[in-house]
Ligand binder design. Structure first.
Ligand SMILES: Cc1cc2nc3c(=O)[nH]c(=O)nc-3n(C[C@H](O)[C@H](O)[C@H](O)COP(=O)(O)O)c2cc1C
Length: 358
């Protein structure tokens, strides 16, 4: 089935304040806060806040989110319409209990423009969450779009059938958590684009690319592979607005040869005692002291103990620096506005260069 509409226009229609190419920051929990997301939206992108993974009645994550969104309304007043706050919220969904009862009301109250779901235990688990959002959406004329991050063609197929608006296609070059078994954007993205093109939803679903994109060249490559816009995580960590510690930003800047200086494994979570993700996921981070010790034969118990001792002393040399393979191209901390502008300019140059080669 041939597409009648231009997907770029779909994103522009849904998020009228955005400029092209469409850029969003990943909702990195603990790193994507109100300041970072607000700066991305103000620069013409779509800012996401990491909302967390605890949907219980006493969740401090949801209480913080509620307070953060109140602040976001005040800060983005000039571009926020009465109807919609131009900010998205991302959630990690492997323990979804309570989402419908406790998270949806906060999202609707603040009329956020987008909700991003990632890392379910089973793809089917997103169906009730999407249904719960749709139910409130139609009742209260809440103009919200649902993003689901997918790392395989099968997960994309399920999300498409569940009524998602945006597929965030995550390749294995990505920083942070991701599918343990997957492909890079180079092969995953065209296959997902074909899937959408052949589906009945061809004209109402947008595709974003995530994983290893850090500049305008990566952006153009992703658009060429079938994306309508991009998502970046690692690149946004090394911005002045990101609340990540300076040492984490410096590690990203210092790292080169990302395929060698980062590694994708469940061990990062084991070392920092956060090994709670379902087994189909692992995570990519910069190779640090703990991973080197593991490679040299040290036991997990010993590494965990040294990790905890260092943390108690306030020594962050063992901190996990979640980062994608694009680290080698990141060489300075910039403001979000500079980053968004430079990607837009570089993208034009990259297109011109490609045209010369064609
Ligand atoms: C520091 C960091 C934290 C992340 N946290 C989350 C998260 O909380 N939820 C989520 O859906 N994805 C998370 N991700 C993955 C991103 O959604 C995205 O797929 C990834 O950043 C894209 O690759 P890139 O880092 O090379 O740009 C995280 C990534 C990084 C680098």
């Amino acid at each position: 089935m041939a597409s009648k509409g231009l997907p770029e226009r779909l994103l522009k229609r849904w998020f009228p304040h955005t400029t092209t190419p469409f850029i969003a920051n990943a909702p990195m929990f603990g790193f994507a806060d109100c300041r970072l997301a607000g700066a991305v939206t103000t620069a013409g992108g779509l800012g996401f806040i990491g909302g967390g993974f605890d949907f219980g009645p006493e969740s401090t994550q949801l209480a913080n989110l509620d307070a953060t969104l109140t602040k976001a309304h005040a800060e983005l007043g000039s571009i926020a319409s009465i109807q919609t706050l131009p900010i998205g919220i991302g959630f990690i969904t492997f323990t979804p209990t309570g989402f419908e009862d406790h998270a949806v009301a906060i999202l609707e109250k603040h009329r956020v423009a987008a909700v991003w779901l990632s890392f379910p235990k089973s793809d089917a688990d997103h169906q009730p969450l999407i249904k719960a959002i749709h139910k409130v959406q139609s009742k209260s004329h809440w103009d919200v779009k649902i993003f689901v991050q997918v790392g395989t063609v099968q997960s994309a197929k399920v999300a498409l059938e569940q009524g998602v608006d945006v597929l965030v296609v995550q390749g294995v070059d990505a920083g942070g958590h991701q599918w343990a078994q997957g492909a890079s954007l180079m092969s995953l993205l065209p296959e997902v684009r074909d899937l959408v093109s052949k589906s009945a939803r061809v004209d109402d679903v947008a595709i974003l690319a995530a994983g290893g994109i850090v500049d305008g060249r990566g952006c153009v490559a992703a658009l060429g592979l079938g994306a309508d816009g991009i998502v970046m995580g690692t690149r946004f960590i090394a911005t002045s607005e990101c609340p990540a510690p300076l040492s984490m930003k410096e590690s990203i800047i210092a790292a080169t040869d990302g395929g060698v200086s980062t590694v994708k494994t469940t061990k990062h979570d084991v070392f920092q005692s956060t090994d709670v993700f379902p087994r189909q996921y692992d995570g990519r981070a910069i190779i640090g002291i703990s991973y080197n010790e593991f490679e040299s034969g040290a036991s997990d118990e010993g590494i965990i103990q040294r990790y905890n001792e260092a943390r108690e002393k306030g020594d962050d040399h063992r901190r996990t620096v979640w980062a994608g393979t694009g680290v080698g191209v990141i060489d300075k901390i910039v403001s979000v506005e500079e980053l968004v502008r430079s990607i837009q300019q570089e993208a034009k140059l990259a297109v011109a260069r490609a045209m010369e080669m064609i």
